[in-house]
Design a protein around this ligand. Structure first.
Ligand code: ASP
Length: 698
């Protein structure tokens, strides 16, 4: 079914026709790419006909070489199922297989034969196949006069039906993606590959060169890449589309496209909602997760086992915290909320003159009013939402309790995360998490979580926490909880996975009992969230349509984890007055940063190879003005002919807040130059077999 035209091609006018002057906002959907003016795309630098990117009749095209790998993006790079993505996207597989005796995180990994490849127990890849506009089918499901909660439930139910129907085809994974809070619903059909094995990763000193100091920064010199292979029925998967590697490289001004799965942006929120997102989400992430980083570091000091266990968690917390700080700094620096509020005023003044758009004004005000209400419980809500990133034992206990209750219901009536289709994933996670569990660290996080809960203001307290911990010395109470529970013991936990509510209760496990006490409040929180989502699905489209009509130009929807393309050019920028950044770095800059001390301590093998070349001739990272966000990590960056020239892995500090609003002057994404990857394989790792597979060597 064709997607509705968001806009007429004719509106690609002069303002958008100056590719080298200003960046192009937009993470375009495959359907939108086909609706864009081909002449404009050619002018930007696309040398292929747009239908080569995506052919909806076949459900394939160059874009189907860009796959989703557990929240990151990746690209097929050989006909033998090799997938190139970021080192930080496959880091958890390295952690999964590391021991103090065989520390793959530190030393990297290269499988010299297929037998040596390392399975990622929870790693999955999805290859896109079909996008169908189901907006009408979804909205028809909402009964007249429905409350907001009923509205949410009706939409969710219809989504489940569409997904169930779609997944009747074997190996197929489907989802209904919501665009701009309900302007459009699209059924996405993908092909799922659940056997994914790590083939190659550089040592951490290269894959993460510069560590947290350089993260989200420019100039950059990081080899953030790794290779995996997808298998189907025990044999290497043969993708229909894969990206040939170009050795031509890039130069300033060159056209590139970034293909991938940007996770979440919030540009369609109102200014008041954005302020809530800043205060109730990013500020709390920075504060509480920042505290968790310190706790994890302290609790594992001196224990290599402990350090290995928390390595992956710690790495992602670091990334998230620095991101949250960047979001807040960028919001203030770019006056993004103020600009959004000014724009809202303009749209309202415009809508007030047009009776058909007047309801939009009321819709926005109600969204704002709701944001004001949600502020009152934001700390408590954040604590509930942080459970998946917090103490592993608490996460498991709450999941097991929820699972037991949900399992007793017919599949279609369960919470989506606990439907049969999700259980193999949940099971794999519950098992795999053991590798990341280190009791002293987990206890420290648990104490912190409880301490924050005990400090909540009146009116937003958590009764279950008060009842169990208000009058107890926390240190002791938590130690007892962990000493008494079996949730943290792998074998027992896997038994619990299959148990009923009665069986779990009969265990009299103190942590499960706490989770049972918490469950009622977690359910109430979920209900409130659903009610809010239901209201937003009614209000936001009304407001957004007015914004789009007022803009009178094409607008790409907010990121929502679905396949997108961003058109860009290789380009530097000015981070502050009197400073100009060039867009490319080389091995020479990496060597200059090398101090021998972490995170600037290069391995000997690299230093030796570097001594044999002119390092200024080995390109390393480059900037482009692509519109990207988290989730775009690992996105293939291709030239106008669709050949791989790099791999997106980051944004620059000044651009972190582009989740809220796009600013062409500082919108820069950071890519690894594919030539550095090849240089490393060739001259440092001597990975001849891989180079052959990649078509680089005969
Ligand atoms: N480095 C990022 C990530 O962690 C990519 C980005 O946000 O631009 O996903």
């Amino acid at each position: 079914m064709p997607m509705p035209r968001f806009f007429a091609a004719a509106c690609f006018c002069a303002a958008l026709l100056a590719p080298s002057a200003a960046g192009v906002e937009g993470k375009w959907t495959p359907q939108q790419v086909l609706e864009l003016d081909p002449a404009w795309l050619r002018q930007l630098g696309l040398q292929l006909p747009p239908e080569r990117l995506w052919d909806p009749r076949r459900g394939a095209g160059l874009l189907s070489a860009a796959v989703n790998i557990g929240g990151c993006s990746a690209g097929f790079v050989s006909e033998t199922g090799l997938i190139l993505t970021n080192h930080h996207c496959l880091f958890s597989v390295l952690q999964e297989h590391s021991t103090p005796q065989r520390d793959l995180m530190t030393h990297g990994f290269l499988a010299r034969s297929p037998e040596e490849e390392l399975p990622g127990r929870t790693t999955r890849v999805t290859v896109p196949r079909r996008f169908t506009d189901v907006t009408k089918a979804v909205l028809e499901a909402v009964p007249a006069g429905a409350t907001d909660l009923q509205r949410y439930e009706a939409i969710e139910r219809r989504q489940k039906e569409l997904v169930a129907e779609c997944e009747r085809q074997p190996g197929t994974r489907c989802r209904v993606a919501v665009f701009d809070g309900g302007v459009q619903y699209v059924l996405i059909e993908s092909f799922e590959l659940s056997d994914v094995r790590l083939v190659y990763a550089p040592p951490r000193a290269i894959g993460e060169f510069g560590g947290e100091i350089d993260n989200w920064m420019w100039p950059r010199h990081t080899g953030d890449f790794a290779l995996a292979r997808a298998y189907k029925d025990g044999k290497p998967y043969r993708p229909e589309f894969w990206l040939p590697i170009s050795r031509d490289g890039v130069r300033p001004g060159d056209f590139v496209m970034v293909l991938g799965y940007p996770g979440r942006t919030v540009r369609s929120l109102t200014a008041a909602e954005m302020a809530l997102q800043r205060d109730g989400f990013f500020a709390l992430r920075a504060r509480i997760y920042g505290e968790w980083i310190q706790l994890l570091e302290q609790a594992t000091k001196g224990s290599r086992d402990g350090e290995i266990a928390v390595a992956s968690t710690l790495k992602s917390l670091h990334n998230v915290v620095k991101n949250a700080q960047g979001q807040m700094a960028g919001l203030a620096r770019g006056r993004i909320l103020e600009k959004q509020a000014e724009q809202e005023k303009e749209v309202e003044a415009w809508a007030a003159q047009r009776p058909e758009w007047r309801p939009a004004i009321e819709a926005r005000r109600e969204l704002d009013r709701r944001a004001g209400e949600r502020r009152r419980t934001m700390l408590r809500d954040f604590l509930f939402q942080s459970i998946p990133n917090g103490p592993i034992a608490l996460r498991h206990a709450t999941q097991l309790v929820r699972l037991a209750a949900e399992r007793a219901r017919p599949d279609m009536e369960r919470e989506p995360d606990y439907m049969e289709r999700e259980l193999p994933r949940l099971r794999a996670r519950l098992e795999r998490d053991q590798k990341s569990f280190y009791r002293p660290a987990d206890e420290a996080l648990m104490r912190s979580w409880l301490r924050h809960a005990l400090a909540l203001p009146e009116g937003a307290r958590i009764r279950a926490v008060d009842a169990a911990f208000r009058n107890a010395p926390l240190e002791q109470a938590v130690a007892q909880l962990y000493a008494g529970t079996k949730v943290t013991a792998l074998e027992e936990r896997m038994k619990m996975f299959g148990e009923t509510v009665e069986q779990l209760r009969a265990r009299r496990d103190p942590l499960l009992d706490f989770a049972f006490a918490l469950e009622e409040e977690l359910r109430a929180f979920d209900r409130a969230q659903k009610e809010h989502e239901g209201a937003a699905s009614r209000l936001r489209p009304a407001w957004r349509r007015a914004v789009m009509a007022h803009a009178g130009r094409p607008m790409a929807p907010d990121a929502n984890g679905t396949l997108r393309v961003s058109f860009a050019h290789v380009k530097g920028y000015s981070p502050r007055e009197a400073v100009e950044y060039l867009p490319q770095t080389t091995l020479a800059g990496m060597l200059e940063k090398h101090t021998g001390e972490e995170p600037f301590a290069l391995p000997k093998s690299l230093l030796e190879a570097a001594a044999r070349v002119d390092p200024a001739q080995v390109p390393l990272n480059f900037l482009a003005d692509a519109d990207t966000t988290g989730g775009n990590s690992g996105s293939p960056t291709v030239n106008g002919r669709g050949e791989l020239v790099g791999l997106n892995f980051d944004r620059v500090w000044e651009n972190v807040a582009n989740d809220f609003g796009y600013n062409p002057a500082i919108a820069r994404n950071v890519n690894v130059d594919i030539r550095f990857f090849l240089w490393l394989l060739e001259h440092v790792d001597h990975a001849d077999g891989l180079l052959k597979e990649l078509g680089i060597r005969r």
